[in-house]
Design a protein around this ligand. Sequence first.
Ligand code: ZN
Length: 163
Amino acid sequence: MQISDFKAVILDYVTRDQSGEIIDSSANDGYLTYIHGTESLIPALEQALAGHRQGEKLAVSISCEEAYGERDESLIEGVPRDNFPGIEHIEVGMQFQTEMDEGLPFLVTVVAVDEQTVTVDGNHPMAGKDLNFDLEIIEVRDASADEIEHGHVHHDGEPCQTH
Ligand code: ZN
């Protein structure tokens, strides 16, 4: 069966950045599962997978522009420590959800901290990285109506954890 819209797809994957360093892999996080055509992956990655079949292996390179965008240094800013009430310990690498002007949720990562100021970076952690995927297509099947409604793949016999 070929990958096309509303197929449930299960992938073994390794993701490396441009220097060859492994960013993520199914060895760490388990198989990547998604429903094709529902915009749950980077669009360029879904496009590269379309038409391929169970058992195929493929290598896909995606530039940062097509992945999570270039880094934008203006998204790094200092925030008064007082803006984090109730949080006693703030350290580099912590992530906080904040809101953009339009009220959209927005994830920032702490990159520096001193007694007065917390410096946060609003870039996506993968911004500025060209991504190289080594993929093996483990399974392709029709997604169920429930899976399409939920927008994610259900594992055989396991009750849905999300809904
Ligand atoms: Zn579900």
